[in-house]
Ligand binder design. Structure first.
Ligand SMILES: [Fe+2]
Ligand SMILES: [Fe+2]
Length: 224
């Protein structure tokens, strides 16, 4: 049975979830990270749901992808390194009586698996979340407004350089394509690729699990 819209809304608008995301945003901002707050969470949730739909996953999997996307970074207010595991446990604790155990496990796994070494995909929701999350690179994620300071930090530089980002799926060719437009005054293509390689490896791994190939196209040049 699908997850009703009223329950999705209840989960995402839950006051604890809202506060976890808000505290995480403040905590990461204070430590010099790019935006991991509500805008990132909403964008990842929508991107994950769209991708799940384009891949023809079930409506329930689309909704599980949305919820996982919305909640994936909410553990950051306690610890950056283990935020994925913390977020998963917080989610489990809050909603263990609201969701069926299989749905709960799919979300908890997706949150726990979205970071680095934990990426052991055993359901499509986790793989969809990784692509939606790791492909969110854009200028608006940079808090710093001072150009000289932006240039000093590589993550700020890479995000700031990206003025357009689009994820597209070709189901006939089995391709998931990330199209980026970057301002090469801020970062060279080579440098960009160096910084982006690890993220793209995660996306490739996730796409492979879903039976797709992942490609990166920067300024109309196919990099991957
Ligand atoms: Fe994360
Ligand atoms: Fe994230």
């Amino acid at each position: 049975m699908n997850i009703p819209n009223s329950l999705i809304k209840k989960i995402c608008q839950h006051p604890h979830i809202q506060e976890f995301i808000k505290f995480s945003e403040e905590s990461l901002r204070a430590n010099g990270y790019t935006n991991h707050g509500i805008i990132h969470c909403q964008l990842v949730a929508e991107r994950a749901k769209n991708l799940a739909k384009e891949l023809k996953l079930s409506e329930k999997e689309q909704n599980l992808s949305y919820i996982s996307g919305y909640c994936h970074d909410m553990g950051n207010f306690l610890n950056r390194k283990f935020h994925h595991l913390i977020g998963a446990i917080l989610f489990y604790d809050l909603f263990k009586n609201e969701l069926k155990v299989q749905d709960l496990m799919a979300i908890v796994q997706a949150i726990a698996f979205h970071d680095k070494k934990e990426m052991n995909f055993i359901n499509p929701v986790s793989a969809v979340l990784v692509i939606a999350d790791k492909s969110d690179v854009r200028r608006e994620r940079v808090y710093q407004k001072n150009f000289d300071l932006i240039k000093k930090d590589i993550h700020n530089r890479v995000n700031f350089a990206t003025y357009s980002s689009k994820l597209e799926t070709n189901t006939d060719l089995k391709d998931i394509n990330l199209f980026l437009k970057i301002d090469t005054n801020f970062v060279s293509l080579i440098e960009y690729f160096e910084i982006f390689t690890q993220r793209m490896i995660y996306c490739q791994k996730a796409a492979k699990y879903l039976g797709y190939n992942f490609h990166l196209i920067i300024n109309e040049i196919k990099i991957l």
